[in-house]
Design a protein around this ligand. Structure first.
Ligand SMILES: Cc1ncc(COP(=O)(O)O)c(C=O)c1O
Length: 289
């Protein structure tokens, strides 16, 4: 079976190795050596330029909304985890829902423009189940209406779109490294942003407003990933490829063995290298469950 909620745990001694390093350095927080090592390893594995590691996958959404949505209306879809919408409300913005595409299950990009008002500041779209939204069309709409785009990419570890990490799209992209995810740090997450100026702002916002030991740039909160979390990530990362390959094999079995007379599987967007993290089944109606 593809495990949706079961946590992958690396061999205990491999995590212990990193715990020993923490005991030696006596640093357990504030961007220590394990945090930095994980950042570099993830940058290289994912081939992304900028990554900010965070304590979970909800805080990056809140921080991105704080910086980009500025109390406005945010176009989104409820077909996501609750954190996407609750973050919008938490940041004193207003969620405006549009429907999802019946096959891709991501926000229906053809319905976005009708939901835009003079108060709209951003689009927060989820690449649900690791399936990319229609990035090109969303980008065009955002440029036309001068909106910011935040992608909730909580499910997208390892997913590529057009041969580059899915995290490389949008003004900001976020991921969750929660224990149930393909790659995890127990609790944890990350924020991705290619624009240097915005990246610097997101960085200080996740670190109480500091961007250096003595420098304050503005309002921030504490969203930092600890050394304990980083150690777990470093112990899990070497197994990610194998875990993806396992899931791919299981998925092939589902594809060949399931009876698709009354159910459909998710349609994966073209040009996507998927991570096989989930296998949603679509029934014809709730009565047919
Ligand atoms: C789509 C989506 N967004 C956000 C989150 C929140 O991530 P976290 O639990 O790491 O805060 C999740 C968590 O499962 C999620 O599935």
């Amino acid at each position: 079976m593809i495990p949706v909620t079961k946590t992958f745990l690396p061999p205990k001694e491999e995590y212990h190795k990193f715990l020993n390093e923490i005991w030696e350095s006596n640093q357990i927080a504030n961007g220590g050596t394990l945090h930095q090592k994980l950042r570099e390893e993830l940058k290289s594995y994912l081939k992304v330029e900028n990554i900010i590691l965070t304590a979970n996958g909800t805080l990056p959404l809140q921080i991105a909304l704080k910086s980009l949505a500025k109390n406005g209306e945010v176009i989104t879809t409820p077909f996501s985890y609750v954190a996407s919408t609750s973050s919008i409300i938490w940041e004193n913005c207003t969620p405006v829902f549009v429907d999802i595409h019946p096959e891709y299950l991501t926000i229906d990009e053809t319905k976005i423009e009708a939901a835009i008002t003079e108060k709209t500041t951003a689009i927060l779209a989820t690449h649900v189940f690791g399936n990319p939204c229609n990035i090109e069309v969303i980008d065009k709409i955002a440029k036309k209406h001068k909106l910011k785009v935040i992608y909730d990419a909580a499910h997208c570890f390892g997913v590529k779109y057009k041969d580059t990490s899915l995290f490389n799209y949008g003004d900001v992209s976020s991921c969750s490294f929660h224990a149930t995810k393909l790659f995890h740090t127990g609790e944890g997450g990350a924020m991705f942003c290619r624009d240097e100026k915005l990246y610097n702002e997101l960085f200080y916002r996740h670190n109480f407003g500091h961007d250096g030991p003595d420098k304050f740039q503005g309002l921030g909160i504490n969203a930092k990933l600890s050394e304990l979390q980083a150690g777990m990530g470093l112990a899990v990362l070497p197994y990610v490829e194998k875990n993806i390959a396992n899931r791919r094999e299981i998925l092939n079995i589902y594809d060949t063995e399931l009876d698709f007379t009354n159910i459909r599987r998710l349609k994966i967007r073209e040009n996507t290298t998927w991570n096989f993290a989930y296998y949603p089944i679509i029934f014809q109606s709730e009565k047919n469950l």
